[in-house]
Each structure stands twice: as C-alpha cells, then as structure tokens.
Design a protein around this ligand. Sequence first.
Ligand SMILES: [Mg+2]
Length: 282
Amino acid sequence: MNISSRFRRGTFKYPRNKANNNMPPAPVTSPNSSIDSLLNSMGKLGGSNVEDDIASQMQVRRPRAWSYNVEEPPLLPPQRAEDEGRLTVVLDMDETLLHSEFNTDDNNYRQAEARQTAKSKSDFSLRLVTDDCEETVKVHLRPKVKKFLELMDQHFEPILFTAALPVYAQPVLDRLDTKRIFRTRLYRDATVTYRGEQFVKDLGLFGRDMGRIVIVDNNPYAMLPQPDNAIPIPSFFEDKKDDELEKVAKMLMKMKKMKDVRPYLRKQFRFREQVDAMMEWN
Ligand SMILES: [Mg+2]
C-alpha cells in the first residue's frame, strides 16, 4: 500500500497533541473553516487591525506575528543562488527522519506525542547534560535517511523544522546531517499556536511562493494551516523495513518542476478534508 492510498482510505489516525497545559480557549470559528476562508474574509473585516480581528475571531495566541504582517521578517532568508527556483521541502525530525529514546523522558526537550518504545539497537546515542537534567538519548535513524538527505541536497531546498528544543535537536542533527545540507534549521520557537493547537508549523511565515513549498511531517496538527502543501508520513519508531522516505522521495521528484504543487497534493492525500474531520472529532 503506498502512502497516498493509506491516507485516502481514511485509516490515518493521530492522537491530539498532548503538551497542551497552557491551551488557549477553543477556537470560536467553525471546525470547517480554513485559513483560506479566513484570508478571504479579510476584506470584509476592514480597518487597520486586520490581524487582531482575525486573531480574536479564532481566539488563538500566536507567539509570532501573522504571516501577512509585513513588519515581521520571514523565517527563511532568500534562497541561495544555487537553490534559486527549487522546491522548498520542510522536513520534520522526530518520527519523520528518526526516532529517539530518552532514558527518563522527564524533560521538555521534545513535543509530547504518542510514541512506541523501540526494542532494537539504536544507531547512535548522545548524552545531554543541562542544569535541570541529564539524559541519554538513543537515536534510531529511519531507513535510507542519509540517501534521502543527499537527494534533498541535490534537487531541492531542504529546511529542517522541529518542534523540539535546540538543546536536544541540535546535537542530534549534527550527527544526522554531517554534510550540513539543511539550509536552515528551525526549532520550537518558530512554531505557532493555531486553532487551539500548539507547535504548529505555518508555512505562510517562510517568505516563499506557496505553490513551491512542501512540508513532510508525521504529525497532522503540525500542518494545519496549509493542508494542501502537506505530505503526511506515518510515524517511524524502529522498523528496519520502513520505506516511507523512498516513497516521499519519488513523490517529490515528480513535483520538482510543478508550478504549483497544491492541486497535486490535494488529489494525492485529500488532507484538507482529513484535517477538518480531525478538528471536528476533537
Ligand atoms: Mg514528528
């Protein structure tokens, strides 16, 4: 079964984000409302405080300014000369490129998610020592991840975006990405709260053509604002036969020259409908 058919069949289930102790009030908009319809409604709102109006409509608290606040610089610098015109591929870390096991998990280094415990031997381990705690992290790499990153480097503009904290993510990425292929690494402080969900990744803040950007993530909540740019990937824990990155690579190569990837991805995953349904269940 390929990944697109798995999602089309509606078997895609994901638990709600857990680290929601400081959750803002539930959004007052209909669960079916999308970022597009909100943007369309901007004209009707009028006035100079459009962002405030929309924010209060949705009752979301965003640590960063809205994507259309021109005063806020984009999360990414302009494309490098050698990357000009390339498709931007935003890659999640945990359970997308690798899976980590912590010896205590008594920390806030990464987003709380439903995870399986790996029983097999890890690919490498790290010792993290901070003022607050000491952790041993054992890292399981998703099969073919190195090859996948090489391909990203050759054909795309790869960006790493994790909701984890740099204190954990940085040393792990230094071991994974020894050739420094990620043009930019983004961490938790670049995420936003959106429709009541924390740690959401808003591609609208990237300063890129929205037809030429893709996000690959195992957490559907991370991709709420732009579901038509999403490639949802099943979570990886330790399966040595996992071949999801190969499937994603094939799909990305198909999209490499597309002027606008969104109609293609919409057809592949129908993720917008799934996201709306998912928000209704909550
Ligand atoms: Mg993840």
